[in-house]
Design a protein around this ligand. Structure first.
Ligand SMILES: NC(=O)c1ccc[n+]([C@@H]2O[C@H](COP(=O)([O-])OP(=O)(O)OC[C@H]3O[C@@H](n4cnc5c(N)ncnc54)[C@H](O)[C@@H]3O)[C@@H](O)[C@H]2O)c1
Ligand SMILES: [Zn+2]
Length: 467
């Protein structure tokens, strides 16, 4: 990085970091919702853990046909994407269905990084098929598409926006019964097999949003590490960065008891509730695994130990963030993906421009954690230490910069694109990126520190170049 550019980013980060300290030690009344008292009456007092059943084992996909038979499924929809439909993970799942006499239809038109239009096509397929169970074999794109297909085919009179997160959609709670969905993840990234979240690109607004409800989570996640041996280098890297950010963001999110409002009925308690002691356990564990195995998993396709551990870490982080939520890296990533111009991601076998989710998330992480560290410096320092930083002489007020440096070093070591500029963005795009972040309240309000539009602007600016 040129000296002038380095000085500019350092200056921006200093500004982000040095805004008045609002950490709990100095501000006992802090709440993301302005005007609410901290008496405990308007903020939540409880959190709930919702997780799919998980079965882990090398080769466990061969059991999926028996699972469907055990649940009496007669007419099954198997969803995947075109690339995976030619690969072994889908073949193994289909063989199991055939062997167990399960009648099924394949939908392999899942779009990598799905859109509302691609969700709608899958929903139509599901409605026509009148299926009594679903199997998703793929990454987050496939699992999320399958969740949406299950939801809307079970609630055929709903409008598409009914269940989409507010304020983009109506965010209605799901009260209809869904069909069982078994998820077989083939990336080590989203943790979607454990969560009630389905993300898509809302093309009309050019931002990603999603559906978040415990009701749409799979009944079973079959985590089969043999599938990870097929992943190309950049898919391992980008999906691994997703795990990293799920863990970092859920661990540093606003605590659940500082989130407002307190729901009057448990059905209205959001899936993303804020950091909590149970999610914390999973997030920290996931960080340790990422620190130990991510580089190995990327560099050595045959390293089954590393790839298996990353596959598990993806579920660990999923259990954590699926209940605690994520915050600014994810909130800012949605317009980064949605506004993509011509960027083509290496190793992604698709015919459209695409910023892979994990990449869109991780590129802002140094700036984001510089900004949020003022709130929970100990957690930021702890994360940096887990990721390899020497924090023996670090002061609390440097926590954000220490974590940011650690992240930058990791990304540089792994040949990651040098910031948003490398994806084709420039300063002229920042207003649109900020506009796309503002409606992502479901996650941005979980940031431990509220953000003004000027601060979002500075965060994007500081993420244009990293090294
Ligand atoms: N539901 C959630 O909780 C959640 C969380 C994070 C991200 N997401 C969403 O998930 C999507 C990203 O999912 P992803 O990162 O898992 O990737 P993906 O599903 O988009 O797949 C990426 C590419 O990798 C290929 N691929 C997948 N597994 C492979 C394998 N084993 N071998 C060879 N190729 C393989 C796919 O065919 C595709 O080309 C985004 O839309 C993101 O917003 C959802
Ligand atoms: Zn993610």
């Amino acid at each position: 990085m040129a000296a002038a550019s380095r000085a500019r980013v350092a200056h921006l980060l200093k500004l982000l970091q040095s805004a008045s300290c609002q950490c709990p030690t100095h501000s006992h009344t802090y709440s993301q919702a302005p005007g609410l008292s901290a008496s405990g009456k308007t903020t939540d007092y409880a959190f709930e853990m919702a997780v799919s059943n998980i079965r882990y084992g090398a080769g466990v996909t061969k059991e999926v046909g028996m699972d469907l038979q055990n649940m009496g499924a007669k007419n099954v929809c198997l969803m995947t994407d075109k690339n995976l439909s030619q690969l072994r993970p889908v073949q193994v799942a289909m063989d199991s269905l055939v062997k167990n006499g399960i009648h099924f239809k394949v939908y392999d038109d899942v779009r990598v990084e799905p859109t509302d239009a691609s969700f709608m096509e899958a929903i139509e397929f599901a409605k026509k098929g009148a299926f009594d169970a679903f199997v998703a074999v793929g990454g987050g794109s496939t699992m999320d598409t399958c969740k949406a297909a299950n939801l809307y085919s079970s609630s055929p009179h709903s409008e598409f926006l009914d269940y989409v997160n507010a304020p983009i959609g109506k965010g209605k709670p799901v009260s209809v019964p869904l069909k069982p969905l078994i998820a077989v993840p083939t990336t080590s990234g989203t943790g979607s097999e454990t969560t009630g979240v389905a993300i898509f690109d809302y093309e009309h607004l050019k931002v990603k949003t999603g559906i978040a409800s415990r009701a749409i989570k799979p009944i079973l996640g079959l985590i089969d590490p043999l599938h990870t041996l097929h992943m190309p280098d950049r898919v391992v890297a980008n999906s691994g960065f997703d795990v990293l950010c799920h863990a970092l963001e859920s661990y540093t999110a606003l605590p659940y008891h500082q989130r407002s409002p307190c729901p009057s009925n448990p059905i209205a308690r959001p899936a993303y509730q804020g950091s909590n002691p149970i999610s914390d356990v999973w997030a920290v564990r996931a960080l340790h695994v990422v620190a130990k195995y991510l580089k190995r998993a990327i560099r050595s396709p045959d390293d089954l130990e590393a790839r298996s551990n990353m596959h598990l870490a993806s579920a660990f982080a999923g259990i954590g963030f699926g209940n605690a939520g994520v915050h600014l890296c994810h909130g800012m990533s949605y317009p980064i993906s949605g506004l993509v111009k011509t960027y083509k991601a290496k190793d992604y076998n698709v015919d459209h421009p695409l910023v892979p989710h994990g990449l869109s998330v991780v590129l802002t992480s140094p700036a984001v954690f510089t900004f949020t560290a003022a709130m929970f410096p100990e957690r930021h320092l702890e994360a940096a230490e887990i990721l390899g930083a020497d924090i023996r002489t670090a002061r609390a007020r440097d926590a954000g910069l220490v974590l940011a440096d650690t992240l930058r070093k990791l990304l540089q070591d792994l040949n990651v694109d040098d910031g948003l500029a490398a994806l084709g963005y420039s300063a002229a795009d920042i207003p649109a990126l900020v506009r796309g972040t503002v409606p992502q309240e479901r996650v941005t309000k979980l940031a431990p520190r509220p953000q003004s539009e000027e601060e979002l602007y500075a965060l994007f600016e500081a993420s244009m170049k990293l090294y």
